[in-house]
Design a protein around this ligand. Structure first.
Ligand SMILES: Cc1cc2nc3c(=O)[nH]c(=O)nc-3n(C[C@H](O)[C@H](O)[C@H](O)COP(=O)(O)OP(=O)(O)OC[C@H]3O[C@@H](n4cnc5c(N)ncnc54)[C@H](O)[C@@H]3O)c2cc1C
Length: 289
């Protein structure tokens, strides 16, 4: 199929893009990499009157270190994130996750701003935003505001943006961890995940001092499992820890069944991935940040 007729506008600045969205009166749609939007247009599941192409706004494409955070411009392509030495050294879990995002052609065009805004519950970058407790800077008619990732993802394929707001950049605070793992199972390499888990830990004298656990494919939004993180820090490290972790993770999710897998299968799978991930993270002995 072909898209319904629309007006095409390619603004040169974020200010101009916001003005165009405002003038479109709720009928405008932003175009970034087009990898999710174009199929929706072609199937006429989205019928915007005005398509606002962000690709000419060069200031939206960057990856930089700012204090204790890595900040990524919204138009930065998946492939640039995948191959960034800064991301590999400071946000290694994201680096590992990027290899699971779709296929090369899609990673060449897809952007972080598009992926977060599309808010697919089985997409890697929204999960990474939850894992790293990212903060999104968005610009609208009233200026800029910052939104925590946990508030940004509202439901499957739904974010909290107003119709005239644009994601401009995303800040990822750098955690100090000495063991980390990203685990995912998809039916075929490059497919959306059936289930995935990210774990990172910092070891103290007698146990785990700090932990991060995020999961996806098991709810309508990516999840940060903060209760499980707390429990990991409350017990001593021993051989039973990965099994206990597996049970805690399983009991904190209630995935729905869909045409790809039953909820029970996703829950079981996530627990197995969790067990494996914690074993690897515990074995890391400080050689991985
Ligand atoms: C076959 C296939 C397989 C895929 N597999 C995976 C996968 O395994 N994992 C994965 O994570 N993704 C996967 N994707 C999705 C891919 O990563 C997309 O690139 C991504 O979801 C959307 O990014 P985009 O830049 O192409 O956004 P677009 O398609 O251009 O836009 C997506 C949505 O975001 C909005 N938007 C875009 N930029 C902004 C912004 N700056 N501010 C506010 N709103 C904005 C658009 O208006 C639109 O509603 C797959 C896609 C395809 C086609």
């Amino acid at each position: 199929m072909k898209p319904a007729r629309f007006e095409y506008v390619a603004p040169a600045s974020v200010d101009a893009a916001v003005e165009t969205l405002l003038a479109a009166n709720g009928e405008g749609k932003l175009l970034a990499g087009g990898q999710s939007l174009l199929p929706l247009l072609n199937f006429r599941m989205a019928r915007p009157a005005v398509l606002v192409d962000l690709n000419g706004i060069k200031e939206l494409s960057f990856i930089e270190l700012r204090g204790e955070s890595v900040v990524i411009g919204a138009l930065t392509r998946h492939r640039e994130i995948e191959h960034s030495p800064l991301i590999a050294s400071r946000l290694p879990v994201m680096s590992a996750a990027m290899r699971h995002v779709a296929h090369l052609a899609i990673r060449n065009r897809g952007t972080i701003g598009g992926s977060l805004s599309h808010a697919d519950p089985a997409a890697e970058l929204p999960m990474m935003a939850m894992f790293y407790a990212a903060r999104l800077t968005v610009q609208g008619p009233a200026g800029r505001r910052t939104i925590a990732a946990k508030d940004f993802f509202v439901d499957a394929l739904t974010n909290c943006l107003e119709p005239e707001e644009i994601v401009v950049e995303i800040e990822f605070p750098i955690p100090q961890h000495d063991g980390w793992v990203f685990e995912e199972v998809a039916r075929r390499f490059g497919d959306f995940a059936l289930a995935s888990i990210a774990v990172s830990i910092r070891r103290g004298q007698s146990g785990i001092e700090d932990a991060r656990v995020a999961a996806m494919g098991v709810a309508d939004t990516p999840l940060r499992l903060e209760d499980v993180e707390r429990r990991l820090c409350e017990i001593e490290i021993d051989v039973r820890m990965p099994d206990r972790f597996c049970e805690w993770v399983r009991s904190s999710v209630s995935p729905n069944s869909d045409l790809h897998a039953s909820g029970e299968y996703r829950k079981h799978l996530l627990g197995e991935l969790a067990r494996r991930a914690l074993k690897t993270a515990l074995a890391a002995k400080g050689d991985r940040r």
